[in-house]
Structures are given as structure tokens and as C-alpha cells.
Design a protein around this ligand. Structure first.
Ligand code: SF4
Length: 446
């Protein structure tokens, strides 16, 4: 088999960020036309795809995270809950909250009808509390518009405010057995590395980039007619059993990609030494062409060096040769990958961990988390969550509970924070908001 490695210049191409973090209304309309990029329509890539299917699905069968509770249900509501919780939050933190949340709100209707304050309280510990409000709004809209259930089509799911392309695709595939491609940051990174090469350190966002990533994910999806490009609906099986096979293959494939991205093919610490895809991976082949001892560490360093050179080409002294020659990439077997299995990558999906940093650059001093707006918003919600139903706090009382050394001078700052939370539907003002005596204003959960 001969698998060519794409020119590294293709890495400069724009790409998009389709992840669980930005679940606004989907920017990409449903499309059924062939959008497979030309670089995928080659015998070498098709061979690579076939081999990757076998290798990755075998790995998933043995090492996949099959015990995750949301993989033991096809209930669309439960899968929606899990997907929203997993945005910006590590699996370990989601696990206990997922079960408790479903116990408290076992159905879409139960969630839709609950007091918002109860939903926010049940969300405590997960952070990004806006997700709780949005989740309830999704439930309420589905109840009102779709006869009490989540719609079972991609377009129907996308029509719900707050459901983005990733979540819609995940529910369609994981709950409704549809062979629909979806892309989160783990899927995006693994597919890019395997089929294109070393990824850019910054993933630019754009509609065309999103289409390209979806086209790659759809093209890579296993199932019947795998040589046909598919963007939204992967296959049109002619029999029920073929449909079932295609749906199961899509389910396993996408879970496998997510698992590999989360545990092996991590962004900053790819553990290529433990990966089942080294023999087919384009990124690994790039590294192997430059060093006798290819490794995940070498891959990450090469990516970072390229990023640094693209920012400071004068350091190369030869601008017509923009790619580094592995000058600083370790020519020894990487020893520092030993933490690849113990250091969890912060879920990029969630957030805020878009791959932007280059390790070649000095780290900027970071603001202590306990002084950030996000921290104090969380403190306010946590404090109000401890109140009994019907209770509220005066703004000054709230200040004393959320900020050490709170003083009257802090009231305008606190009022601004509470105003923002009120606009997001996370708290509500009672009497006194307009009063000049801000300490008399009272606030509670919705
Ligand atoms: S060989 Fe390395 S870069 Fe390629 S998929 Fe595996 S872990 Fe990722």
C-alpha cells in the first residue's frame, strides 16, 4: 500500500471549529450534494479509510469507554442531557451529575415544567450555568412544537433554538439510529491528523471550514456505499438490516473517534506510541519522514515549531523554506509522553479550550480564576441556590457572601454582575433594582 502524505502547505488552509462549545443556531444548512474535497477522492485515501475503519473499530471494541452511561441508552432526552453536560466539562465531573439530573427530571416534560430555579440547582457543580437554562428552553420548545418529544430529524433538531450542528448530529446518530456525520473537536482533530497530516495550531472558524470538516467526517463514515460522498445523510440503505448496520457502524465509528481523541490522540500530548493508527496516519507519516524516532511528542513539537515559524519567519533566515527541518524536534524516543494516559486533556469541546497556544512561545501570565467574572457569577448562583424556595437576598448581603472584604464600593460591580445574570435568565431581581440604594435591591433564582 502506498499512502501519500499531503503537502504541508495544505495545513495553512482554513478550518472551522465545530464543537460542543458554540451551540448557537447551526450556521450550516442541510445539504445533500457532494462536497467531498478533491484531495479525498484518491485511491490512496480510500485505501487509508478502509484500513482506518478496521483498525479503529477493533481498538474501540477493546478499549472504548463502553461503560459511560449515556452509551447504554437510546433515549433522545437522556442523550441530549449528556451532550449538553459534556460541553465544557470533563467526563468525570459529568458522570455523577448526569444520573442525578435524570433522576430529578426523568423526562423532557418533567424538565420543561420544572421551576427554573430547580433546574439551576440540579446543575450545581457543572459550571456554565447558562447551559441549564438553555437545556430547559430546548425542552419547552420541543414540548410546544413537536408534540412533547424531540424531533427525530436533523433539520427538526436544528430548528430548536440552542441546538447546534454537533448536538443535532449526535442525537440523530446516537438516539435515532441515523448514519449522520457529526464533528466535535476530538473527531475533527483525529480525522485531520489521519487523513491530512499535522493540524494547524489554530483552527480558524468559518462556514466553508465547517462544510469541509463535515464533508471529511461524512466521507469517512463507515457503512454501505462508503465510496460515495455524503454530507448529511450518509446512506440510503435499501433494507432494514442494512439501515441498522449502517446506523450501528456510524454510532461505533463516531464514539471511537471521540474516545481516541480523548484518550490517545490528544491535542497537546498525542500518544502515538499507543495508537492503533500509526501505520495509516498522515500526521505520523509526516513526523516519521523527518526523524528516525517518530513519536507523539515529536509531532506536537513539530506542530508548535511550525506555528512559531509562521509567526516569526525571520528566525528561519530562509523565508522560501517555511517548514522547519525538525531542528529542535527530539531525535530520541520521547520520554515525556509518559503522562499521556494520566493527564486528561481539558475537553476542547467545551470550551474554551480551543487549541490556540503554541508551546514554543512563553506562556502569558494568567489572571487568577478566583478573580474572574466567571468565578463570581458561579459564586452568585451557588449562593442563591442555597436559599429555600421563595427566599431572596439583598444585594449587600449577597456581596458579603460571595466576595471576601466586600464593601459598599463594590455594589456597582456586583449590580453589574447580577444584571448580566438576569439577562441570561439565571437570576431575577425583586424589588429595589432601580433604587439608588443598591443595597436594598433583592435578588433570587428565577
Ligand atoms: S498516530 Fe498519533 S497523530 Fe495519528 S491518530 Fe494516532 S495518536 Fe493521533
Amino acid at each position: 500500500m502506498s499512502i501519500g502524505v499531503l503537502p504541508t502547505s495544505t495545513l495553512a488552509g482554513r478550518f472551522f471549529l465545530c464543537e460542543r462549545v458554540a451551540e448557537s443556531r447551526a450556521p450550516v444548512k442541510t445539504q445533500h450534494r457532494n462536497e467531498t474535497p478533491d484531495w479525498l477522492n484518491t485511491p490512496a485515501q480510500q485505501e487509508r479509510r478502509t484500513q482506518t475503519h478496521g483498525l479503529l473499530l477493533a481498538w474501540y471494541s477493546r478499549y472504548g469507554r463502553h461503560t459511560l452511561p449515556w452509551r447504554h441508552t437510546r433515549d433522545p432526552y437522556a442523550i441530549l442531557v449528556s451532550e449538553v453536560m459534556l460541553q465544557q466539562t470533563q467526563v468525570e465531573r459529568v458522570l455523577p451529575k448526569y444520573q442525578a439530573f435524570l433522576a430529578r427530571f426523568p423526562t423532557l416534560a418533567a424538565l420543561a415544567e420544572a421551576p427554573t430555579s430547580e433546574v439551576i440547582k440540579a446543575w450545581a457543580g457543572l459550571g456554565y450555568n447558562m447551559r441549564a437554562v438553555r437545556l430547559q428552553q430546548i425542552a419547552q420548545e420541543a414540548i410546544a412544537r413537536y408534540a412533547g418529544a424531540l424531533p427525530n430529524t436533523l433539520d427538526g433538531l436544528l430548528s430548536l433554538k440552542g441546538v447546534g450542528r454537533y448536538t443535532a448530529g449526535a442525537i440523530a446518530c446516537f438516539a435515532f439510529d441515523q448514519p449522520v456525520a457529526t464533528v466535535d473537536t476530538n473527531i475533527r482533530r483525529v480525522l485531520w491528523r489521519v487523513f491530512r497530516g499535522i493540524e494547524p495550531i489554530v483552527w480558524p472558524a468559518g462556514v466553508s471550514d465547517e462544510r469541509e470538516a463535515l464533508a471529511l467526517a461524512a466521507w469517512a463514515l463507515p457503512g454501505r456505499n462508503t465510496d460515495q460522498a455524503r454530507v448529511e445523510v450518509a446512506t440510503q440503505p435499501s433494507s432494514q438490516s442494512e439501515q441498522s448496520d449502517a446506523a450501528q457502524a456510524a454510532y461505533d465509528w463516531q464514539q471511537a473517534l471521540m474516545d481516541l481523541g480523548a484518550t490517545v490522540c490528544q491535542s497537546r500530548r498525542p500518544a502515538c506510541e499507543q495508537c492503533p493508527l500509526t501505520e495509516v496516519c498522515a500526521a505520523y507519516a509526516e513526523v516519521a519522514a523527518l526523524t528516525l524516532f517518530p513519536s507523539g511528542e515529536a509531532l506536537a513539537r513539530l506542530r508548535d515549531e511550525r506555528a512559531a515559524l509562521s509567526e516569526h519567519p525571520e528566525h528561519t533566515g530562509a523565508s522560501e523554506h517555511p517548514q522547519p527541518q525538525m531542528g529542535q524536534v527530539a531525535e530520541t524516543r520521547a520520554a515525556s509522553t509518559s503522562d499521556a494516559n494520566t493527564t486528561r486533556e481539558t475537553p476542547e469541546i467545551d470550551g474554551n479550550s480551543r487549541p490556540t497556544a503554541t508551546v514554543a512561545k512563553p506562556r502569558k501570565a494568567t489572571q487568577p480564576f478566583t478573580s474572574t467574572t466567571r468565578y463570581f457569577r458561579g459564586r452568585i448562583i451557588a449562593t442563591l441556590s442555597e436559599l429555600a424556595a421563595g427566599e431572596s437576598l439583598a444585594l449587600a448581603e449577597l456581596g458579603l457572601l460571595v466576595k471576601p472584604n466586600f464593601s459598599p464600593d463594590d455594589l456597582p460591580w456586583l449590580r453589574g454582575l447580577v444584571d448580566g445574570l438576569a439577562r441570561d435568565g439565571l437570576v431575577r431581581w425583586l424589588t429595589g433594582k432601580q433604587d439608588d440604594a443598591a443595597e436594598e435591591a433583592r435578588v433570587a433564582l428565577p
